[in-house]
Structure formats: structure tokens, C-alpha cells
Design a protein around this ligand. Structure first.
Ligand SMILES: [Zn+2]
Length: 388
């Protein structure tokens, strides 16, 4: 029996909660990956070279690939905007963190030395892929070597997609089956104490939450910040002289100060009526303690920066009408309008966004069109046009 099969049976015996997913895996040899990768259809592509590893390590590879599927990484990573290599590292950190914590108790499954772990990067354990992604992007300069080489040197290779020209497209029926099995794996893995507790959030997807009108959500958020109940993570790296030179000190929590600013995209694609109505409603909601709200008008460049308590009047004539550069608008906020929280942006979303979140404060993007999109680091509301 070849090593891959032995690894498969070892893992099924040692971690029965993975059994059903692993049983469905189809193994395909290829030179297109340095080690191993999986796709949504549970096809596992492997470089025959990887079979030189011992069975315990190979079982860990399969464990890793199974968790990509169980953790619903394909869907989750489609929702975020980042280079593939960065997504890949973030997902692998989430998985390997989980596996390492689990197999510390197993002598048979072995954690390969070249598997990346949050502690290798000085990052905290127990975070989600999305949270690791945020760290990687906000400190991309520091991690640039890793990001550039990941997928060539590190195992496993670039995932999420099958090697070009290979792999079958997943059909609806299979997708449902795999989705169901993935949830079963999470449920049983949690019950057996093999998965970190955070995985439980994968069982109740967001779409099960009732969707509230944007005004309600915005008002709640504003109230939370106003009352100092919304905290930010203040992450500090403290250098220790002796044992752990880069020991990670857990984030301390600091409340935001309520001081909203509203950024309005005044580009040609936004109709002024649309803007005025939405902004007036928003300013009304935001005027909790402040009598006036700061407004910044921006398209390809700055068009206005003032305080108002009467947006319907003050926005009667909207200047500008150039192209849309909300990335520059937020850079302006970072430089000239610091310490505003929350930062609220009204735009059609047809704009470039900053790759890295330019301000520390929460950013809310209110989209006035269905086609535009917000960056992954912002909270997003769709404001539907009513009437016409
Ligand atoms: Zn992976």
C-alpha cells in the first residue's frame, strides 16, 4: 500500500471526525505544486516528491487539506480582497495553528517543520484567517519576503485554485454535499475537542442573521462608539532582552472616542439627490453628542471640508464631479482629519481602495450602487435607492 494511503488511513483512525471528508478526497499527482493543495471539489493535487516524507507528516498534510475544506476557506477568501499568496498564508496560519495545538497530543501525526505557524511570525495564536490576513496586510513590508516566496518554498503550495487545465468544476449537488460534510466535521471536531472553539462560528453563517436596515445598524454602531463600548485592539510588540526576543504581548483594549466624519464621493457617477438624502439621514443619526458633523467632499481631489448641522442646506450645491478616488480621500482623512471615529464614506464604490487600511478608526462604507464594492477592512452597507 503506498504511503499516501497509509497516511490517509492513519489520519482516519487518529481523527475520526475527518473521516468522511478524507474518504471523498481524490488524489492527483502533478508537478504544478511544490507539495500539496486542495480545491473545492476535494481534489488533492500532490507533487510525487512529497511522498518521500514519513507517513506521520503526510497524515498532517491531509489533515491540513481537509481543514481548508472544513473551514470553508474557498467561500471566505472570495469575500476578501488581497493577493492570493497573502490569503494563502492567512488560511494556512489558521489551519496550522489548529493542527499544532491538537496534535501535540498525538505521537502518530507529525507536524512538519516547514509548516508555517503564527509563532514563527510573532503573531498570536487562535485567530481566524481573516484576522491573520489583516496582520499580514498591515505589516506587509515586514513580511514581504515570506509573501513573495510562499508557494515556492513553503508547503503547501498556492491553493484555492486547481493547477491550470486540471481539476473539475464543482457542481451544485456536490457543493451542497461537501458543505454539509464540512459542517459535520466542525461539529464533531469541536465535540471531540480537536478544533479551537472559534470554529463554532462557522456553524451559524452570517446570512442566518436577520438583515436590518442600514439606519438601525449605523445608529447602533454610533451609539456603541459614543458610549465607549467599541474597543480597538492596540497591538504592541514589546522586545524582551533575554528569552523571547519577539514575545507577543496580548493586545490591550482601548475605546474609540466618538467624533464622526462623513466623506462624500462627489464624482460624476453620483447624483446629488441621492447623496443629499442619504447624508442627511446619516448626519441626523450621528448627531449624538455633537452639534455639528464634519463633512469632507472628495472626488479625484478635495472639494470641501466643513462642519454642518444642516446637510440638506449645506449640500444643496455639490461641487466637483471629477473621477472617483476614495483611496485618496481616506489618505486625506488620515493626514488632515485624524482621530475621527467612525469614518463614514458615501460612494458608489466605483473607486480604487487602499490596500492597507489608512486609518486606525472604524471605517463604514455606505454604497449607493449595487455594482460597487467596499474594501475588506471596512464595514459595508448597501443603501438602496427608494422610489425610482
Ligand atoms: Zn494550505
Amino acid at each position: 500500500m503506498d504511503r499516501l494511503m497509509r497516511a490517509k488511513f492513519l489520519l482516519m483512525r487518529e481523527r475520526p471526525f475527518l473521516k468522511k471528508l478524507i474518504a471523498l478526497m481524490e488524489f492527483i499527482p502533478t508537478q504544478d505544486t511544490p507539495s500539496m493543495m486542495v480545491n473545492e471539489s476535494l481534489e488533492v493535487f500532490y507533487n510525487p516528491q512529497v511522498l518521500e516524507r514519513d507517513v506521520g507528516e503526510l497524515a498532517c498534510f491531509l489533515y491540513h487539506e481537509a481543514l481548508h475544506v472544513a473551514f470553508n476557506h474557498f467561500r471566505r477568501m472570495k469575500k476578501v480582497n488581497a493577493p492570493l499568496a497573502v490569503k494563502n498564508i492567512a488560511m494556512d496560519l489558521e489551519i496550522n495553528d489548529n493542527i499544532k495545538a491538537d496534535i501535540a497530543r498525538s505521537e502518530k501525526i507529525r507536524f512538519p517543520q516547514d509548516f508555517i505557524h503564527p509563532s514563527d511570525l510573532g503573531l498570536p495564536e487562535g485567530l481566524t484567517a481573516e484576522e491573520y490576513l489583516r496582520y499580514l496586510i498591515s505589516r506587509s513590508a515586514e513580511f514581504s519576503d515570506l509573501i513573495n516566496s510562499y508557494g515556492q518554498k513553503h508547503a503547501p503550495g498556492l491553493e484555492l485554485t486547481a493547477p491550470e487545465g486540471k481539476g473539475k468544476k464543482i457542481r451544485g449537488k456536490d457543493r451542497n454535499l461537501i458543505g454539509k460534510l464540512a459542517k459535520e466535521v466542525i461539529r464533531e471536531g469541536l465535540r471531540a475537542g480537536k478544533l479551537r472553539g472559534r470554529a463554532s462560528s462557522l456553524l451559524d453563517p452570517e446570512r442566518q442573521k436577520p438583515s436590518l436596515p442600514w439606519q438601525v445598524v449605523l445608529a447602533r454602531l454610533a451609539r456603541k462608539i459614543y458610549e465607549g463600548r467599541l474597543q480597538r485592539l492596540d497591538v504592541t510588540f514589546r522586545k524582551r532582552k533575554k528569552r523571547n526576543p519577539t514575545e507577543f504581548i496580548l493586545p490591550s483594549e482601548i475605546g474609540y472616542t466618538y467624533n464622526p466624519v462623513v466623506v462624500i464621493d462627489t464624482s460624476g457617477s453620483m447624483t446629488s439627490d441621492q447623496i443629499r438624502k442619504a447624508v442627511a439621514e446619516c448626519v441626523h443619526l450621528l448627531r449624538l453628542g455633537n452639534s455639528k458633523i464634519r463633512i469632507i467632499l472628495f472626488d479625484a481631489g478635495l472639494q470641501g471640508d466643513f462642519y454642518t448641522d444642516n446637510p440638506l442646506k449645506d449640500l444643496r450645491k455639490i461641487p466637483g464631479r471629477g473621477g472617483t478616488r476614495m483611496d485618496l480621500a481616506l489618505e486625506y482623512v488620515a493626514k488632515k482629519a485624524r482621530n475621527h471615529s467612525p469614518v463614514i464614506v458615501f460612494t458608489d464604490g466605483e473607486t480604487p481602495w487602499n490596500e492597507v487600511k489608512p486609518v486606525r478608526e472604524p471605517v463604514i462604507v455606505c454604497l449607493l450602487s449595487r455594482t460597487g464594492s467596499a474594501p475588506y477592512w471596512a464595514k459595508e452597507f448597501h443603501i438602496e435607492r427608494r422610489g425610482h
